[in-house]
Design a protein around this ligand. Structure first.
Ligand SMILES: NC(=O)c1ccc[n+]([C@@H]2O[C@H](COP(=O)([O-])OP(=O)(O)OC[C@H]3O[C@@H](n4cnc5c(N)ncnc54)[C@H](OP(=O)(O)O)[C@@H]3O)[C@@H](O)[C@H]2O)c1
Length: 329
């Protein structure tokens, strides 16, 4: 059956201006890091994309290396895009990135002009796109001159292969330099993509100030700490969870007794607020309006529903924030 997007898809979502740009992003975006590679059933990936778009999630985030194997998330996404989403291409913000290891030899990693431009060409082929909406440098490269990497971002915009560019995982001072270089080149930096959650707060130590001052948006990745800031692990490790999947990014060792104790206390506050912990954790990242969008992952459509349900209760009292703070320290 031909996919038809839900007619009311824009009613449940909030769209927020990305820095001082003309682009608005949904308060919730979907990342395709997990659950879109060749180890996932294509039908599940398809359902996740349908549910996301039907809920007003217009921004889908990819990278060259998402899979496994690397590249397969872009390929599978490309297929679903071709089969279901072509009529909606202009309603979607699709991003990709290069910066982590993608192919062997000296040109498939880090931040050279050679790597970034050829990697984006490969991503476009895999997804069957003429351009991405946002192209990121995925992580800082300590060896390549920052000017070279930023010039490569400027080039892809001038070539029409990306509409906007961004940076990811750049610490505050380096982000400020990168943003200035891009401004000088005439291709403003649209967005920064840092890791940010109740359990990972480095962005509060200068980065959010830099972005606000320079008018650059931000999209917080892993806002649920990969699922730790949900009720998923409160009574053991479910067989279908990320922590049981052999992931190097989340495993049983990270789910310490001390951490689970914090999660339990946070869960109690969320229950008092009449929402799920996952919802409170997302609302917390969006508090204060300095983060443009939260970039979630999902293995089930119900997790997307949970995230969107958060929008109904985003407000925190000062007492609630203080109580959360006490748990997190
Ligand atoms: N720029 C970078 O360097 C970088 C790095 C990492 C990620 N990212 C981006 O950020 C995106 C999100 O990362 P992430 O997947 O780590 O984000 P996350 O939202 O912190 O974690 C998502 C996982 O949490 C669990 N979950 C989600 N909602 C839930 C709910 N309502 N109840 C219970 N469990 C729930 C699911 O795990 P289960 O599988 O256990 O169900 C889901 O896969 C990625 O796809 C990627 O686009 C970027």
């Amino acid at each position: 059956m031909v996919y038809q997007a839900h007619p009311a898809r824009y009613e449940s979502m909030e769209y927020r201006r990305c820095g001082r740009s003309g682009l608005k992003l949904p308060a919730i975006s979907l990342g395709l890091w997990h659950n879109f590679g060749d180890t996932t059933l294509l039908d599940n990936s398809r359902e996740l994309l349908h549910r996301a778009f039907d809920s007003g999630i217009t921004h889908l985030d990819l990278a060259n290396n998402y899979g496994p194997p690397p590249g397969s998330a872009e390929e599978n996404f490309g297929r679903i895009l071709r089969e279901d989403f072509l009529p909606y291409r202009d309603e979607l913000i699709i991003s990709s990135k290069a910066g982590y290891t993608m192919w062997g030899g000296p040109y498939g990693d880090w931040g050279s002009r050679k790597y970034l431009i050829s990697s984006l060409d490969q991503s476009l082929k895999r997804m069957g796109l003429e351009y991405v909406d946002i192209f990121y440098h995925h992580r800082p490269d300590p060896e390549t001159p920052l000017e070279e990497t930023m010039r490569a971002l400027d080039t892809v915009v001038r070539q029409g292969k990306a509409l906007y560019v961004g940076i990811s995982n750049y610490p505050a001072a380096l982000a400020a330099q990168a943003i200035d270089i891009l401004n000088d080149l005439g291709t403003p930096c649209l967005i920064h993509q840092p890791k940010y959650s109740m359990f990972e707060r480095w962005v509060e130590d200068g980065l959010l100030d830099v972005l606000q001052e320079k008018g650059v948006g931000s999209i917080a990745f892993s806002p649920l700490a990969g699922g730790q800031l949900t009720d998923r692990y409160l009574s053991g490790i479910p067989a279908d969870s990320r922590a049981a999947s052999g992931s190097i990014f989340l495993n049983a060792d990270q789910l310490t007794t001390a951490k689970l104790e914090k999660v339990r206390k946070l869960n109690a506050i969320a229950q008092r607020r009449g929402q799920k912990l996952s919802q409170m954790a997302l609302a917390w990242v969006l508090r204060g309006d300095r983060v443009t969008s939260v970039l979630i992952g999902a293995s089930k459509t119900s997790q997307i529903d949970d995230a969107v349900g958060m929008l109904a209760n985003r407000h925190f009292t000062a007492a609630e924030l203080a109580e959360i703070e006490e748990i997190l320290v």
